[in-house]
Design a protein around this ligand. Structure first.
Ligand code: PLP
Ligand code: COI
Length: 364
Protein backbone atom coordinates (compact mmCIF):
# COMPACT_ATOMS: atom_id res chain seq x y z
CA UNK A 1 0.00 0.00 0.00
CA UNK A 2 1.19 3.51 -0.72
CA UNK A 3 1.59 5.23 2.61
CA UNK A 4 1.66 8.98 2.85
CA UNK A 5 3.82 10.60 5.50
CA UNK A 6 1.45 12.90 7.33
CA UNK A 7 2.72 15.98 9.04
CA UNK A 8 -0.29 18.18 8.39
CA UNK A 9 -3.53 17.89 10.29
CA UNK A 10 -6.33 16.78 7.95
CA UNK A 11 -8.60 19.47 6.58
CA UNK A 12 -12.17 19.69 7.93
CA UNK A 13 -14.37 19.41 4.86
CA UNK A 14 -17.92 20.71 4.96
CA UNK A 15 -20.23 18.37 3.07
CA UNK A 16 -23.35 19.53 1.22
CA UNK A 17 -25.24 16.64 -0.31
CA UNK A 18 -26.67 16.93 -3.80
CA UNK A 19 -30.46 16.88 -3.39
CA UNK A 20 -30.81 16.16 -7.10
CA UNK A 21 -28.40 13.20 -7.03
CA UNK A 22 -29.16 10.48 -9.57
CA UNK A 23 -30.97 7.36 -8.34
CA UNK A 24 -29.11 4.05 -8.05
CA UNK A 25 -30.96 2.85 -11.18
CA UNK A 26 -29.95 5.95 -13.18
CA UNK A 27 -26.38 5.58 -12.01
CA UNK A 28 -26.25 1.90 -12.91
CA UNK A 29 -27.50 2.67 -16.38
CA UNK A 30 -24.70 5.22 -16.88
CA UNK A 31 -22.14 2.76 -15.50
CA UNK A 32 -23.18 0.14 -18.08
CA UNK A 33 -21.46 2.08 -20.82
CA UNK A 34 -19.63 5.08 -19.42
CA UNK A 35 -17.43 6.00 -22.42
CA UNK A 36 -14.74 8.51 -21.46
CA UNK A 37 -15.09 11.91 -19.86
CA UNK A 38 -18.68 12.73 -20.68
CA UNK A 39 -20.64 11.88 -17.53
CA UNK A 40 -19.85 13.08 -14.03
CA UNK A 41 -20.71 12.05 -10.51
CA UNK A 42 -23.08 13.95 -8.20
CA UNK A 43 -20.48 15.84 -6.17
CA UNK A 44 -17.21 17.71 -6.45
CA UNK A 45 -14.55 18.82 -4.02
CA UNK A 46 -13.09 22.29 -3.82
CA UNK A 47 -10.53 24.05 -1.69
CA UNK A 48 -9.73 27.77 -1.89
CA UNK A 49 -6.30 29.31 -1.69
CA UNK A 50 -5.31 32.90 -1.19
CA UNK A 51 -1.90 34.47 -0.79
CA UNK A 52 -3.08 35.82 2.54
CA UNK A 53 -4.97 32.86 3.97
CA UNK A 54 -3.32 29.82 2.37
CA UNK A 55 -5.52 26.74 1.79
CA UNK A 56 -8.99 27.19 3.27
CA UNK A 57 -12.72 26.44 2.95
CA UNK A 58 -12.46 22.77 1.96
CA UNK A 59 -15.84 21.59 0.69
CA UNK A 60 -17.68 18.70 -0.83
CA UNK A 61 -20.61 20.11 -2.74
CA UNK A 62 -23.10 19.18 -5.45
CA UNK A 63 -21.47 18.89 -8.88
CA UNK A 64 -22.37 21.96 -10.88
CA UNK A 65 -21.27 25.12 -12.68
CA UNK A 66 -18.52 27.27 -11.18
CA UNK A 67 -19.25 30.99 -10.93
CA UNK A 68 -16.24 33.00 -12.10
CA UNK A 69 -15.63 36.70 -12.43
CA UNK A 70 -15.19 37.47 -16.15
CA UNK A 71 -11.80 38.96 -15.24
CA UNK A 72 -10.63 35.72 -13.56
CA UNK A 73 -7.00 35.35 -14.61
CA UNK A 74 -7.41 31.76 -15.86
CA UNK A 75 -9.81 32.96 -18.58
CA UNK A 76 -7.19 35.35 -19.93
CA UNK A 77 -3.76 33.95 -19.21
CA UNK A 78 -4.42 30.24 -18.82
CA UNK A 79 -2.88 29.84 -15.36
CA UNK A 80 -4.22 26.30 -14.82
CA UNK A 81 -2.97 22.79 -14.05
CA UNK A 82 -4.60 19.39 -13.69
CA UNK A 83 -4.08 15.73 -12.95
CA UNK A 84 -5.62 12.45 -14.12
CA UNK A 85 -5.82 9.47 -11.79
CA UNK A 86 -8.21 6.52 -11.60
CA UNK A 87 -10.09 4.71 -8.86
CA UNK A 88 -10.43 0.95 -9.40
CA UNK A 89 -13.08 -1.33 -7.94
CA UNK A 90 -11.65 -4.62 -6.65
CA UNK A 91 -13.55 -7.91 -6.61
CA UNK A 92 -14.33 -7.51 -2.88
CA UNK A 93 -15.96 -4.13 -3.61
CA UNK A 94 -13.15 -2.01 -2.14
CA UNK A 95 -11.93 1.05 -4.06
CA UNK A 96 -8.23 1.72 -4.66
CA UNK A 97 -6.18 4.23 -6.52
CA UNK A 98 -2.70 3.93 -7.96
CA UNK A 99 0.40 5.83 -6.78
CA UNK A 100 -1.44 8.98 -5.70
CA UNK A 101 1.77 10.27 -4.10
CA UNK A 102 3.20 10.50 -7.64
CA UNK A 103 0.24 12.51 -8.94
CA UNK A 104 0.42 14.75 -5.88
CA UNK A 105 4.12 15.38 -6.54
CA UNK A 106 3.51 16.06 -10.23
CA UNK A 107 0.71 18.50 -9.40
CA UNK A 108 3.22 20.31 -7.20
CA UNK A 109 5.81 20.39 -10.01
CA UNK A 110 3.17 21.69 -12.42
CA UNK A 111 2.17 24.29 -9.82
CA UNK A 112 5.75 25.52 -9.49
CA UNK A 113 6.11 25.93 -13.24
CA UNK A 114 2.79 27.73 -13.57
CA UNK A 115 3.35 29.97 -10.51
CA UNK A 116 0.43 28.39 -8.65
CA UNK A 117 0.50 27.34 -4.98
CA UNK A 118 1.64 23.81 -4.17
CA UNK A 119 -1.13 21.70 -2.70
CA UNK A 120 0.33 19.53 0.09
CA UNK A 121 0.27 15.81 -0.86
CA UNK A 122 -1.83 15.07 2.24
CA UNK A 123 -4.54 17.48 1.05
CA UNK A 124 -4.39 16.04 -2.47
CA UNK A 125 -5.00 12.53 -1.18
CA UNK A 126 -7.62 13.66 1.28
CA UNK A 127 -9.47 15.44 -1.54
CA UNK A 128 -9.74 12.14 -3.44
CA UNK A 129 -10.90 10.31 -0.32
CA UNK A 130 -13.58 12.93 0.40
CA UNK A 131 -15.00 12.60 -3.10
CA UNK A 132 -14.98 8.80 -2.92
CA UNK A 133 -16.71 8.99 0.48
CA UNK A 134 -19.77 10.56 -1.18
CA UNK A 135 -19.52 9.25 -4.74
CA UNK A 136 -17.69 5.91 -4.37
CA UNK A 137 -20.77 4.10 -5.70
CA UNK A 138 -19.93 5.64 -9.08
CA UNK A 139 -16.81 3.44 -9.35
CA UNK A 140 -17.83 0.88 -11.99
CA UNK A 141 -16.94 -2.79 -11.69
CA UNK A 142 -16.90 -3.86 -15.34
CA UNK A 143 -13.78 -5.00 -17.14
CA UNK A 144 -11.29 -2.17 -17.74
CA UNK A 145 -13.70 0.31 -16.17
CA UNK A 146 -12.73 2.82 -13.52
CA UNK A 147 -13.70 6.13 -11.99
CA UNK A 148 -11.47 8.76 -13.59
CA UNK A 149 -10.61 11.47 -11.09
CA UNK A 150 -9.69 14.89 -12.41
CA UNK A 151 -8.09 17.22 -9.86
CA UNK A 152 -7.46 20.72 -11.25
CA UNK A 153 -6.38 24.13 -10.05
CA UNK A 154 -6.79 27.56 -11.60
CA UNK A 155 -6.26 31.28 -11.05
CA UNK A 156 -9.59 32.81 -10.05
CA UNK A 157 -8.45 36.27 -8.99
CA UNK A 158 -10.22 38.99 -10.95
CA UNK A 159 -7.22 40.96 -12.17
CA UNK A 160 -5.99 41.69 -15.66
CA UNK A 161 -2.39 42.47 -14.76
CA UNK A 162 0.01 39.72 -15.75
CA UNK A 163 1.32 38.21 -12.54
CA UNK A 164 0.66 35.09 -10.48
CA UNK A 165 -2.88 35.17 -9.12
CA UNK A 166 -3.37 35.67 -5.43
CA UNK A 167 -6.62 33.74 -5.38
CA UNK A 168 -6.75 30.20 -6.64
CA UNK A 169 -9.28 27.37 -6.64
CA UNK A 170 -8.58 23.64 -6.49
CA UNK A 171 -11.31 21.17 -7.50
CA UNK A 172 -11.74 17.45 -8.00
CA UNK A 173 -14.43 16.03 -10.25
CA UNK A 174 -14.98 12.39 -11.14
CA UNK A 175 -16.14 10.65 -14.29
CA UNK A 176 -16.90 6.96 -14.72
CA UNK A 177 -14.72 5.65 -17.53
CA UNK A 178 -14.47 2.79 -19.96
CA UNK A 179 -12.04 2.70 -22.86
CA UNK A 180 -10.37 5.99 -23.88
CA UNK A 181 -10.30 5.02 -27.55
CA UNK A 182 -13.71 4.01 -28.84
CA UNK A 183 -12.38 0.82 -30.45
CA UNK A 184 -10.94 -0.56 -27.17
CA UNK A 185 -7.32 -1.82 -27.18
CA UNK A 186 -6.29 -1.99 -30.82
CA UNK A 187 -3.20 -0.60 -32.55
CA UNK A 188 -3.62 3.11 -33.26
CA UNK A 189 -2.57 5.19 -36.24
CA UNK A 190 -0.36 8.09 -35.24
CA UNK A 191 0.13 11.29 -37.20
CA UNK A 192 3.62 12.81 -37.07
CA UNK A 193 3.21 16.55 -36.66
CA UNK A 194 6.06 18.27 -38.49
CA UNK A 195 4.36 21.66 -38.61
CA UNK A 196 3.41 22.11 -34.98
CA UNK A 197 5.30 21.60 -31.73
CA UNK A 198 3.78 20.72 -28.37
CA UNK A 199 6.54 22.19 -26.23
CA UNK A 200 9.84 24.00 -26.49
CA UNK A 201 13.05 24.23 -24.53
CA UNK A 202 12.31 26.01 -21.25
CA UNK A 203 8.58 25.93 -21.99
CA UNK A 204 5.76 24.21 -20.14
CA UNK A 205 5.93 20.73 -21.70
CA UNK A 206 6.73 18.99 -18.41
CA UNK A 207 3.78 20.62 -16.64
CA UNK A 208 0.26 19.25 -16.89
CA UNK A 209 -1.25 22.56 -17.90
CA UNK A 210 -4.21 23.27 -20.15
CA UNK A 211 -2.26 25.29 -22.72
CA UNK A 212 -0.24 22.26 -23.77
CA UNK A 213 -3.47 20.49 -24.64
CA UNK A 214 -4.98 23.55 -26.31
CA UNK A 215 -1.96 23.75 -28.59
CA UNK A 216 -2.31 20.07 -29.48
CA UNK A 217 -5.88 20.45 -30.75
CA UNK A 218 -5.09 21.82 -34.20
CA UNK A 219 -2.48 19.12 -34.93
CA UNK A 220 -4.94 16.60 -33.47
CA UNK A 221 -7.58 17.82 -35.91
CA UNK A 222 -5.00 17.48 -38.70
CA UNK A 223 -4.34 13.92 -37.51
CA UNK A 224 -8.06 13.13 -37.67
CA UNK A 225 -8.17 14.46 -41.25
CA UNK A 226 -5.39 12.01 -42.11
CA UNK A 227 -7.36 9.16 -40.57
CA UNK A 228 -5.17 9.03 -37.43
CA UNK A 229 -6.17 8.66 -33.79
CA UNK A 230 -3.36 10.70 -32.17
CA UNK A 231 -0.44 13.01 -32.90
CA UNK A 232 3.21 12.45 -32.06
CA UNK A 233 5.32 15.55 -31.52
CA UNK A 234 9.02 16.14 -32.16
CA UNK A 235 11.31 18.59 -30.41
CA UNK A 236 13.35 21.27 -32.18
CA UNK A 237 16.16 18.76 -32.81
CA UNK A 238 13.97 16.11 -34.43
CA UNK A 239 13.73 13.94 -31.32
CA UNK A 240 10.50 12.18 -30.48
CA UNK A 241 8.66 13.73 -27.54
CA UNK A 242 5.27 12.18 -26.85
CA UNK A 243 1.68 12.04 -28.05
CA UNK A 244 -0.89 14.68 -27.13
CA UNK A 245 -1.84 12.75 -23.98
CA UNK A 246 0.47 9.73 -23.75
CA UNK A 247 4.16 8.82 -23.52
CA UNK A 248 5.92 6.71 -26.16
CA UNK A 249 8.00 3.57 -25.55
CA UNK A 250 10.18 1.60 -28.01
CA UNK A 251 11.03 -2.08 -27.57
CA UNK A 252 14.29 -3.33 -29.14
CA UNK A 253 15.11 -6.78 -30.46
CA UNK A 254 17.71 -7.31 -27.71
CA UNK A 255 15.09 -6.65 -25.02
CA UNK A 256 16.09 -3.04 -24.28
CA UNK A 257 13.26 -0.64 -23.71
CA UNK A 258 13.89 2.96 -24.72
CA UNK A 259 11.76 5.99 -23.96
CA UNK A 260 12.32 9.67 -24.71
CA UNK A 261 13.63 11.81 -21.88
CA UNK A 262 13.76 15.60 -21.89
CA UNK A 263 12.60 18.63 -19.93
CA UNK A 264 9.69 19.14 -22.28
CA UNK A 265 7.94 15.79 -21.82
CA UNK A 266 5.28 15.04 -19.24
CA UNK A 267 6.72 12.47 -16.84
CA UNK A 268 4.08 9.74 -17.03
CA UNK A 269 3.26 7.64 -13.98
CA UNK A 270 1.96 4.83 -16.18
CA UNK A 271 5.21 4.83 -18.14
CA UNK A 272 7.38 4.78 -15.01
CA UNK A 273 5.33 1.92 -13.60
CA UNK A 274 5.47 -0.14 -16.82
CA UNK A 275 9.21 0.41 -17.07
CA UNK A 276 9.61 -0.75 -13.49
CA UNK A 277 7.63 -3.91 -14.26
CA UNK A 278 9.78 -4.46 -17.35
CA UNK A 279 12.94 -4.05 -15.26
CA UNK A 280 11.55 -6.58 -12.80
CA UNK A 281 11.37 -9.00 -15.75
CA UNK A 282 15.02 -8.35 -16.59
CA UNK A 283 14.66 -5.76 -19.36
CA UNK A 284 17.17 -2.91 -19.53
CA UNK A 285 15.50 0.49 -19.62
CA UNK A 286 17.04 3.54 -21.28
CA UNK A 287 15.64 7.03 -20.81
CA UNK A 288 17.26 9.21 -23.45
CA UNK A 289 16.70 11.19 -26.62
CA UNK A 290 15.28 9.13 -29.50
CA UNK A 291 15.41 10.77 -32.92
CA UNK A 292 12.81 10.23 -35.59
CA UNK A 293 15.59 8.69 -37.70
CA UNK A 294 16.41 6.17 -34.97
CA UNK A 295 12.74 5.22 -34.85
CA UNK A 296 12.31 4.86 -38.63
CA UNK A 297 15.66 3.13 -39.19
CA UNK A 298 15.08 0.83 -36.22
CA UNK A 299 11.74 -0.28 -37.60
CA UNK A 300 13.17 -0.70 -41.11
CA UNK A 301 16.12 -2.80 -39.89
CA UNK A 302 14.08 -4.86 -37.46
CA UNK A 303 15.98 -3.54 -34.41
CA UNK A 304 12.78 -2.02 -33.03
CA UNK A 305 10.23 -4.76 -32.55
CA UNK A 306 7.37 -2.88 -30.90
CA UNK A 307 6.23 0.69 -30.22
CA UNK A 308 3.51 1.62 -27.77
CA UNK A 309 1.93 4.59 -26.07
CA UNK A 310 0.86 4.77 -22.43
CA UNK A 311 -0.99 6.99 -20.00
CA UNK A 312 -3.61 6.87 -17.27
CA UNK A 313 -6.60 7.40 -19.53
CA UNK A 314 -5.61 5.00 -22.32
CA UNK A 315 -3.36 2.66 -20.22
CA UNK A 316 -1.26 0.95 -22.93
CA UNK A 317 -1.98 1.18 -26.63
CA UNK A 318 0.17 -0.38 -29.35
CA UNK A 319 1.17 2.01 -32.13
CA UNK A 320 0.17 0.32 -35.38
CA UNK A 321 1.18 2.86 -38.01
CA UNK A 322 3.24 6.06 -38.10
CA UNK A 323 1.84 8.38 -40.74
CA UNK A 324 3.48 11.57 -42.01
CA UNK A 325 3.45 13.80 -45.06
CA UNK A 326 5.25 11.54 -47.52
CA UNK A 327 5.41 8.20 -45.72
CA UNK A 328 3.38 5.65 -43.85
CA UNK A 329 5.42 3.18 -41.73
CA UNK A 330 3.70 0.05 -40.49
CA UNK A 331 5.00 -0.69 -37.00
CA UNK A 332 6.08 -4.17 -35.96
CA UNK A 333 3.66 -6.08 -33.72
CA UNK A 334 4.96 -7.66 -30.55
CA UNK A 335 3.33 -8.87 -27.37
CA UNK A 336 5.29 -7.03 -24.67
CA UNK A 337 2.98 -3.99 -24.60
CA UNK A 338 -0.11 -6.09 -24.02
CA UNK A 339 1.62 -8.34 -21.53
CA UNK A 340 2.82 -5.33 -19.49
CA UNK A 341 -0.66 -3.85 -19.77
CA UNK A 342 -2.12 -7.01 -18.32
CA UNK A 343 0.37 -7.08 -15.45
CA UNK A 344 -0.25 -3.40 -14.64
CA UNK A 345 -4.03 -3.66 -14.77
CA UNK A 346 -3.93 -6.89 -12.73
CA UNK A 347 -2.16 -4.92 -9.98
CA UNK A 348 -4.52 -1.96 -10.29
CA UNK A 349 -7.62 -4.17 -10.07
CA UNK A 350 -6.21 -6.25 -7.22
CA UNK A 351 -5.84 -9.44 -9.27
CA UNK A 352 -2.08 -9.73 -8.72
CA UNK A 353 0.24 -9.03 -5.84
CA UNK A 354 1.15 -5.35 -5.44
CA UNK A 355 4.87 -5.93 -4.87
CA UNK A 356 5.85 -2.29 -5.12
CA UNK A 357 3.18 -0.99 -2.75
CA UNK A 358 1.55 1.13 -5.45
CA UNK A 359 -2.08 0.77 -4.40
CA UNK A 360 -3.78 3.13 -1.99
CA UNK A 361 -7.20 2.30 -0.60
CA UNK A 362 -9.57 5.24 -0.92
CA UNK A 363 -12.74 3.98 0.76
CA UNK A 364 -11.41 2.99 4.20
N1 PLP B 1 1.88 12.76 -21.65
C1 PLP B 1 0.83 13.59 -21.65
C2 PLP B 1 0.91 14.82 -22.49
C3 PLP B 1 -0.30 13.29 -20.87
O1 PLP B 1 -1.35 14.11 -20.87
C4 PLP B 1 -0.33 12.11 -20.11
C5 PLP B 1 -1.51 11.79 -19.30
O2 PLP B 1 -1.62 12.10 -18.19
C6 PLP B 1 0.80 11.29 -20.12
C7 PLP B 1 1.88 11.64 -20.91
C8 PLP B 1 0.86 10.05 -19.30
O3 PLP B 1 0.94 10.35 -17.95
P1 PLP B 1 0.32 9.36 -16.85
O4 PLP B 1 0.84 8.03 -17.17
O5 PLP B 1 0.83 9.88 -15.56
O6 PLP B 1 -1.14 9.46 -16.98
C1 COI C 1 -4.64 11.08 -18.63
O1 COI C 1 -4.20 10.09 -19.18
O2 COI C 1 -5.04 11.09 -17.47
C2 COI C 1 -4.68 12.34 -19.34
O3 COI C 1 -4.75 13.34 -18.70
C3 COI C 1 -4.63 12.31 -20.81
C4 COI C 1 -5.75 13.04 -21.48
C5 COI C 1 -7.11 12.58 -21.12
C6 COI C 1 -5.58 14.52 -21.36
Amino acid sequence: MTSIETELAPLEFSVTKNLAARSAAQRDEILQNPGFGSTFTDHMVDICWSARGGWHRPRVQPYGPIALDPAAAVLHYGQEIFEGIKAYRHADGSIHTFRPDQNAARLQRSARRMALPELPAEYFIQSLRELIAVDGAWTPSGEDQSLYLRPFMFAKEAFLGVRPAQKVAYYVIASPAGSYFSGGVKPVRIWLSETYARAGRGGTGAAKTGGNYASSLLPQAEAAEKGCDQVVFLDQDGNVEELGGMNVVFVYKDGRIVTPQSDSILEGITRNSLLQLAEDRGHTVERRAVSLNEWRDGVASGDIVEVFACGTAAVVTPIGTLVAEGFEDEQPRGDLALSLREELTDIQYGRREDKHGWLYRLDA
